[in-house]
Design a protein around this ligand. Structure first.
Ligand SMILES: [Zn+2]
Length: 370
């Protein structure tokens, strides 16, 4: 049994958000999800939204959205507040736009009917546990995904900044894709080639002490990926889909900064190509203005030409990272007919169009309480 929670320092939210998964002994049975919740109470003040949720999620995707969080999630002692009515609607639209639509467009609706989480739960606040840790997301067995801090959504539709979009991924969508990665690998085993690549450096407790750059320089997409091969796989899955071009380029620079193998240069360009990162030679992009090992670079290509070759082939940090992405992509294709780089392109495009979407489609359709 898996559950996932994000722990972060209260005062530092959201900059120091970190993620952790743990083993959950609670039995989560289908009885918790009542598939007969289709009956919308027409007299309720929230009836129009409830009907929209039923038509938009239950009917096409077999998934329920519970935004009226009432009881405590089992086994965890903390206080939370309910999600606001408008914030819940905005989050539901985003879930449709950034999770369900991309998969449906790339793979068809049946894939999600069969494999998507059965229930999303929206919670207004993050949860403060008795030990003072703050939990901003939670998932259980891939059946229930709880999204916290829904009331933190910026409701200034059409005026989101890059940091709003980053927060959207950090707080919600990385969790969703990460957990969905677990769902899929529980049904089709993680290849042994993936498990073995960095088997000697997984650290169930030490991962939280890693900085991003340190994790990248060990062949991981994030510090949390260094926890175990399952978390590595889920993190790699969500990173290929969600991580921005800029953050991927930072990851690549970090993973090559200590030197490359002789075959890495071509593989770097191939990975950039696979991720469909555009503007490689655009001087205004951050990857054409950065410092690595104390040297200032104004061109990523120049940087790459100057990285020393430290091993003959394969064993560099970048080589490990690149191989993980390659194995993941092959696994997605073979087991799920999922072209994960196409999914990435779809999600990234939608993210870049998000202000138009929020202004033109979401804002006019927000229901007021009746
Ligand atoms: Zn996980």
């Amino acid at each position: 049994m898996k559950k996932m929670k994000y722990n972060l320092l209260l005062a530092a939210f959201p900059l120091f958000a970190a993620v952790s998964c743990g083993v959950d002994d609670d039995d989560f049975t289908a009885s918790i999800f009542d598939t007969t919740t289709s009956a919308v109470d027409a007299t309720s003040a929230t009836a129009p939204f409830d009907q929209w949720l039923y038509d938009t999620f239950v009917v096409p995707y077999n998934v329920e959205i519970d935004y009226r969080y009432k009881s405590q999630e089992s086994g965890i002692d903390y206080q939370v507040t309910a999600a606001g009515y408008e914030q819940s609607q905005a989050m539901a639209w985003l879930l449709k736009y950034l999770f369900y639509q991309p998969y449906e467009e790339v793979l068809g609706a049946e894939f999600l009917r069969q494999n998507s989480p059965r229930q999303f739960r929206f919670v207004g606040s993050y949860a403060v546990a008795t030990d003072g840790t703050v939990k901003v997301g939670y998932a259980k067995d891939g059946i229930l995904v709880s999204l916290r801090y829904v009331n933190g959504l910026n409701l200034d539709y059409g005026n989101w900044t890059e940091s709003d979009i980053d927060a959207l991924n950090t707080m919600y969508f990385r969790t969703i894709h990460h957990e969905f990665g677990h769902v899929l690998h529980m049904r089709r085993q993680i290849p042994s080639a993936f498990r073995q690549l960095t088997a000697s450096t997984y650290n169930a407790s030490g991962w939280s002490g890693l900085a991003d750059a340190e994790a990248h320089a060990m062949g991981y997409v994030t510090p949390y990926a260094a926890m175990s091969y399952e978390e590595d796989f889920a993190e790699t899955f969500s990173s290929v889909i969600c991580t921005s071009d800029e953050d991927w380029m930072t990851t690549i620079i970090d993973a090559t900064a200590n030197g490359m193998s002789s075959d890495d240069r071509n593989k770097v360009m191939a990975l950039i190509d696979s991720l469909r990162i555009t503007g490689l030679d655009d001087a205004s992009k951050p990857w054409n203005n950065f410092t690595a090992n104390g040297v200032a670079y104004t061109s990523f290509r120049d940087y790459l030409d100057n990285v020393p070759v430290v091993t003959s082939a394969g064993a560099s940090a970048f080589g490990l990272l690149q191989r993980k992405v390659e194995i993941l992509s092959d696994w997605c294709t073979t087991n799920w007919s999922l072209p994960i780089f196409s999914l990435r392109t779809n999600v990234q495009q939608k993210q870049s169009d998000i202000n138009d979407f929020m202004r033109d489609e979401v804002a006019p359709n927000i229901f007021k309480l009746q």
